[in-house]
Design a protein around this ligand. Sequence first.
Ligand code: HAM
Length: 430
Amino acid sequence: MPQYQAVKGTRDIFPDEAARWKFVEGMVHVLASLYGFSEIRTPVFEYTELFQRGIGSTTDIVGKEMFSFLPDPKGRSLTLRPEMTAGVMRAALQNNLLSSAPVHKLYYIGELFRKERPQAGRQRQFSQFGAELLGVSSPAAVAEVITLMMQVFESLDLHGLKLRINSLGDTDDRIRYREALQGYFSPFRDILDDSSKERLEKNPLRILDSKNPALQELIAGAPRLYDYLNDASLQDFEKVLFYLRERGIAYEIDYRLVRGLDYYCNTAFEVTSSELGAQDAIGGGGRYDGLARELGSSADVPAVGFAVGMERLLMTMEKQGLFAALDSRAPLVYVVVQQQDLFDHGMQIAWQLRHAGIKTEIDLAARSMKAQMREANKINASFALFIGSMEQTTGFYSLKNLITSEQTLLSLEAVLELLQESAAKEPLKL
Ligand code: HAM
């Protein structure tokens, strides 16, 4: 066993898998821009207080899962970002983005860090893509964000995903609900675990998030937030659902959906995949009108967004066989050198081909011609271009179509022309 292993909960992504990532990322870039979202990249670490204030100190993420460190004994504690939303809002407030335009539509693809117990679909370093719409959180804005997320899934041909949605109401609704929950859970204080006892005082809504099996029955009997919504909240939620129905987006109202971050209000949603096992949430999001003020803004910044876990998305795509076409993509032409004294000539030809935009491979390990042909087949090259002494003297090259086995003798110009034509039919994909 080698001396050094990757840290538990992290993993390496090798070229075949990286191709899949680039394919999905490409789709995210295209669709986000179709909806008018522009990319933002924020730092991987922030001051710890940003997440404590933003996500909420009674959440599992802040309470148990942050990778925090002190840069020096007198410094302020820093934390590797466990999610993107707080950092995006911090960046918008710090740079006064909303004074230049009332609405900002931002998206991202980035690495996150949570100290969770690693298991299938749950890592300590993972990736998300997501979008944040800042400045407006009307039902139309909420629907826009959900529609973008669902269109990404659809464009990737994913099927069988379930969108669950709920309303968490406005601040007043939640104050009334909080009292109702305290009234419900207080008589059972003795059977609550320590963290739920603490949450009972500070943030009883978080008890609903508990994974403790011993509490599930009690939680199931708790009052529903939905029953505490005022008319405006109900109407707002209804309008979001109306937009989704208009667009043929199937959803299920889940009255128990609260999400694991404190900043949400009104509509919150989650998408699950039955393909994923225990960690079945592929993405989630919602409205977070209170976050800006929580981070010290003197003005309200209504906002809504979502994030999708890349690893879980890729796992689902793999299970649904959606990478078959991608995996068979290959270099177009393999330059086969018949004798090693022609290697430099072969390199020169390979350079000319690449310079003309043709994807080209050549063996750099001085292997036999047989081994080069084996390699060309292994990597699914479409053509082999032979470099022999006859080719070098006449300037005519044997080009073999490795799919039909047809072989022709062509001038280098004709080879370039034919390969360019063929490349145009199957453009270079990264
Ligand atoms: P979240 O539900 O905590 O939301 O994370 C979103 C997605 O990230 C999850 O559905 C899951 O697919 C993935 N994910 C979370 N933790 C892990 C992990 N340890 N390993 C692998 N994948 C994971 C948020 O992060 C919010 N910031 C979403 C949002 C954006 N709300 C508004 N705007």
